[in-house]
Design a protein around this ligand. Structure first.
Ligand code: ZOZ
Ligand code: NAI
Length: 695
């Protein structure tokens, strides 16, 4: 249609200029992402249309409202002038779906805004606001009122002016005094951050081509690189992740009730507990413009928490400087700190984040139930405790729900929303809306120990520790998983989070410490293999980064640079001697498969139990809360690319070698999916006789 319209306009002498706009206040979100996997649309090329726009003999002005993303922005780059609404956003996000701007964008953008800014936009895929676009020279004008009228005004003004200087393909790429050195440094940075993710590196190469070749040759290079990415499994994984993230917003209860209309504008929210999590939660709420009261148990904790929150908010305010939105956190109507429980009367929603202790949580929920107004929703940030038991301490279990944030809560996007036996649909809807307002990804899951994310994480960490017992080292295991794409491996992660957290939980479960029955075997608990290694480290005061020693050593307590620790190596070999374990060489494949396949196996068990609605939910949880590499699409998608028969065969092999490790025993659901012929991921749930009874 664009092509037809342009040709008509060119042929009609009464037409003096052309304005291109979108419908309903949006310019364009780019290509239809679903189209990339459909052979029908592969033949359609946008590049030649962009060239056609640029070569028009009549001025073409883009009127950008809402978004101009991907192919949409490339269309705008073909226009001779660009007018944007002040609230519009622009970007070339192709890299985030595993591609590069394939309609000549990598060649035009550097010619317009220079190599550093273009490289930044293209390799990160970030959306920039119109104000920034104006500063960069990406748009010619921004307006507060009617963009289309402003674009028409501009078009009328420029009729008759020479178009040559406005055709980006004819412009040289602006020179940098040190282009060579700049590009080298930029490439190193892109590679370091990409960790096996192809698209940023190929985006870089396409922009580099713009600096080295004439426009037409640069376009050819862009096309070649685009084809490489298009046929890579990584692009498919990222596009799957894009739609999976949107699919988790569509949830329904068994009766099909779906309520998502709760508005948070005037809600007063209470955050209870201002420790590590409370601080991040309060920061996120203020950022989301939700009035909040933060409550602590005494003035000492309150002042400590307030200070930490203020530091976080100052930092956030700095990041937002120059933008349209301001953080309003000095206003007591927006943020209050208190130790006065009487303020609970007025709040609409409470998020509890006190110590992880069932008796304390029950005591608090009982109090909340007595004090809060009848409609108030009571949320708990517990990471593993039973939501139903917490709800049983209240007279309104239908209004109790788990809202499991991830640390640091003002950064991590995931919010696991845990539905108890009595939780009402409107409570779920409210929590989902809260996630949306906080710009987080809410995923509704059922209630079980560890919920979804942590429950899948337990076998992964367990395998990592077993591998140490058998002969590996923390740095070897971490390296394999970091090469796979995780930002940090399990041991670095455990040092960061603090080994004492798990130790406390294991003591609570009677797996170690004074409550462990006398005469228990060192490496067995309840008939299953158990590794006391993490407990032994804790007993020696090695809690990780906070104490300067854990699975690694650090420069000081609180230090962040992990160095392999010879003490650990000696300790491990002594441990193996004590327990008569023969040290063996463990290769990378075994490390990867045992850690990942045990996690995936747990995922199948979760699906079969109806704790999550589908594999996409598990993948969204892992992509947004656990640093699973995006270009691998999440654990369940990854399993589908490896092939379920292979996952099953490997689990069977490892399970036979370690019969006392139940988490390696293949789940019945996985076996069933293999038996029906390696069903594709989209069909998995149709092989369960009862779907999501808990949702
Ligand atoms: C002709 C082929 C020739 C190819 C030549 C190469 C051209 C290229 O260089 C390649 C490209 O353009 S690739 C596409 C680049 N564009 C993007 O990545 C934008 C992705 N979308 C967004 O960021 C947000 O949805 C956005 C900011 C737009 C809106 O966010 P919201 O939070 O308001 O809404 P969402 O819930 O995200 O989205 C609403 C519904 O729209 C669907 N959707 C959005 N963008 C889409 C897109 N580009 N393709 C297909 N579906 C898309 C989205 O899935 C959601 O659907 P439902 O969940 O069913 O409602
Ligand atoms: N730290 C983490 O990475 C994550 C923790 N969680 C969960 O979040 C909750 C809080 O954890 P953290 O913030 O790490 O703990 P924390 O120990 O840093 O903070 C807990 C805070 O609760 C306050 N508190 C205790 N009793 C109180 C009472 N009666 N009234 C008001 N405040 C009270 C304490 O003074 C303390 O400031 C726990 O349930 C934990 O399992 C969930 C996700 C991640």
């Amino acid at each position: 249609a664009l092509e037809d319209g342009l040709k008509k306009a060119d042929a009609d002498p009464s037409v003096k200029a052309v304005m291109i706009c979108g419908e309903n206040g949006k310019f364009s979100a780019g290509a239809d992402i679903r189209g990339f996997s459909s052979p029908k649309t592969l033949g359609v090329a946008l590049g030649p249309i962009v060239s056609l726009i640029e070569s028009s003999e009549k001025p073409v002005v883009a009127a950008i409202e809402g978004v101009a993303l991907g192919g949409g922005l490339e269309v705008a780059l073909g226009c001779h002038y660009r007018v944007a609404h002040a609230k519009a956003r622009m970007g070339l996000p192709e890299v985030t779906i595993g591609l590069l701007p394939g309609a000549e964008g990598t060649q035009r953008l550097p010619r317009l805004i220079g190599v550093p800014a273009a490289l930044d936009m293209i390799t990160t895929g970030k959306h920039i606001p119109a104000t920034e676009a104006l500063k960069l020279g990406l748009v010619d004008e921004i307006v507060e009122e009617n963009t289309i009228e402003a674009a028409i005004r501009l078009a009328n003004k420029v009729i008759g002016q020479p178009l040559g200087p406005r055709r980006l393909s004819l412009k040289p790429v602006p020179k940098l005094p040190n282009m060579e050195a700049f590009l080298q440094e930029a490439q190193v940075k892109v590679k370091r951050q990409a960790r096996g993710f192809l698209a940023p590196e190929l985006c870089f190469q396409a922009v580099q081509a713009a600096t080295q070749r004439p426009f037409a040759e640069g376009v050819r290079r862009e096309r070649e690189l685009f084809q490489v990415l298009l046929s890579s499994g990584q692009a498919q994984a990222l596009q799957y992740a894009f739609f999976a993230e949107r699919a988790v917003h569509r949830w329904a209860t068994p009766g099909g009730i779906n309520l998502l209309f709760i508005i948070f504008d005037s809600i007063l929210l209470l955050s209870l507990g201002l420790g590590t999590m409370g601080q991040g939660i309060v920061t996120s709420l203020v950022k989301a413009n939700i009035p909040v009261v933060a409550l602590e148990q005494n003035l000492e904790y309150l002042n400590k928490g307030r200070k930490a929150v203020m530091v976080l908010l100052e930092r956030e305010a700095k990041k937002m400087e120059g933008g349209a939105q301001k953080l309003d956190f000095h206003n007591p109507a927006r943020l209050q700190f208190t130790v006065d429980f009487n303020l609970l009367h007025d709040v609409d929603l409470v998020i509890e984040a006190v110590f992880e202790n069932m008796a304390l949580k029950k005591e608090i929920f009982h109090k909340l139930s007595n004090i809060c107004k009848p409609g108030a929703l009571l949320c708990t940030n517990t990471s593993a405790l039973d939501i139903d038991e917490i709800a049983s301490a209240t007279s309104r279990p239908q209004q109790v729900i788990g809202t499991h944030f991830f640390s640091p809560a003002h950064v991590m996007r995931l919010l696991e929303i845990i539905y108890g036996r009595h939780t009402s649909p409107s409570a779920i809807a409210t929590a989902m809306q809260l996630a949306k307002d906080m710009k987080k990804v809410g995923v509704v899951v059922g209630n079980c120990f560890g919920f979804v994310g942590n429950r899948m994480m337990f076998p992964y960490v367990e395998q990592a520790v077993f591998l140490l017992e058998e002969g590996s080292r923390p740095e070897a295991v971490d390296q394999v998983l970091e090469d796979f794409g995780f930002k940090i491996g399990p041991f670095r992660m455990s040092d960061l989070a603090g080994l004492d957290v798990g130790w406390r939980s294991r003591k609570g479960q009677g797996l170690t410490g004074p409550s462990l029955p006398a005469g228990s075997s060192a490496r067995q608990r309840r008939g299953q293999r158990y590794s006391p290694l993490p407990d032994l480290l804790c007993e020696r005061g090695r809690f990780g980064q906070k104490t300067g020693k854990g699975w690694y050593q650090y420069e000081r307590a609180g230090g962040r640079t992990a160095t392999p620790d010879p003490w650990i190596h000696g300790f491990l070999s002594q441990y193996r001697d004590t327990h008569r374990i023969e040290t063996r060489y463990i290769d990378q494949e075994e490390i990867l498969e045992r850690c990942l396949f045990s996690l995936i196996n747990e995922g199948f068990a979760i699906l079969a139990e109806g704790i999550a609605s589908g594999p996409e939910h598990l993948d969204v949880i892992y992509l947004n809360g656990y640093g699973w590499p995006k270009h691998r699409g999440g654990p369940m998608f990854y399993a589908s690319t490896v092939g379920l028969p292979r996952v099953l065969a490997k689990l069977q092999k490892y399970s036979e070698a370690h019969p006392d490790v139940p988490k390696l025993r293949p789940s019945a659901f996985l076996k069933k999916l293999v038996a029906v012929g390696n069903a594709p991921l989209k069909e998995w749930m149709s092989y369960l006789s009862r779907q999501s009874p808990k949702l």
